[in-house]
Design a protein around this ligand. Structure first.
Ligand SMILES: O=P(O)(O)OC[C@H]1O[C@H](OP(=O)(O)OP(=O)(O)O)[C@H](O)[C@@H]1O
Ligand SMILES: Nc1ncnc2[nH]cnc12
Length: 180
């Protein structure tokens, strides 16, 4: 991805202070989504990450991860698997509890959606503490699949998510298009 593209993406992410709680600088991607040139550049860049690392499936993390991962899956010609907040998937699920920058949560995946032979790229908008991504890797491995990597639009470096995620990556790549 070119420096110009990075600047375009960065310019379309809005900082909202003290949201959703005091002390948090929220990175709002809605201006980027509303700009077709930026959204297309982002989709192409993330699809390129999937291709480079030999992914066979794309996992999106509810909710903002869905918005990015679904067009990436179509662009890359790969299946899309949702990881949802607890209680939203109707079939037999695997569940994982975790902590994130502003609270705790639980995520789930349909156990039958992944299996041996799958190489999964996890896609999300923001890597903060890394708790959400870490829990998703746990789910993917418990479902019997291999982790191809984690691809993130924006990494918040000062929160240390990369270091927290490192053991769970087990050598798989963590690619962030932007780091602040
Ligand atoms: O690295 P972490 O500290 O885990 O934080 C990152 C996660 O937090 C946000 O999702 P959120 O849970 O706010 O849900 P949303 O996508 O539904 O807004 C973001 O989209 C990531 O999934
Ligand atoms: N600061 C932040 N901005 C946007 N999404 C987030 N998820 C966790 N922390 C976040």
């Amino acid at each position: 991805m070119t420096e110009g593209m990075r600047e375009l993406l960065l310019s379309r992410i809005r900082d909202v202070s003290d949201y959703p709680q005091p002390g948090v600088m929220f990175k709002d991607i809605t201006p980027l989504l509303a700009d077709p040139a930026a959204f297309t550049a982002l989709t192409d860049a993330l699809a390129g990450v999937c291709a480079r690392h030999g992914a066979t499936k794309v996992v999106g993390l509810e909710a903002r991860g869905f918005i990015l991962a679904a067009p990436v899956a179509v662009r890359a010609g790969l299946g899309f698997i949702p990881v949802r907040k607890a209680g939203k998937l109707p079939g037999a699920t695997l569940s994982q509890a975790y902590e994130l920058e502003y609270g705790t949560a639980e995520i789930e995946i349909h156990a039958e959606d992944l299996g041996g032979g799958d190489r999964v790229m996890v896609i999300d908008d923001v890597l903060a503490t890394g708790g959400t991504a870490e829990a998703s890797l746990e789910l993917i491995r418990r479902a019997g699949a291999e982790v191809a990597g984690v691809a993130i639009l924006m990494e918040l470096g000062f929160l240390g998510g990369r270091a927290r995620l490192e053991p769970a990556l087990q050598g798989a790549p963590l690619e962030a298009l932007l780091t602040v």
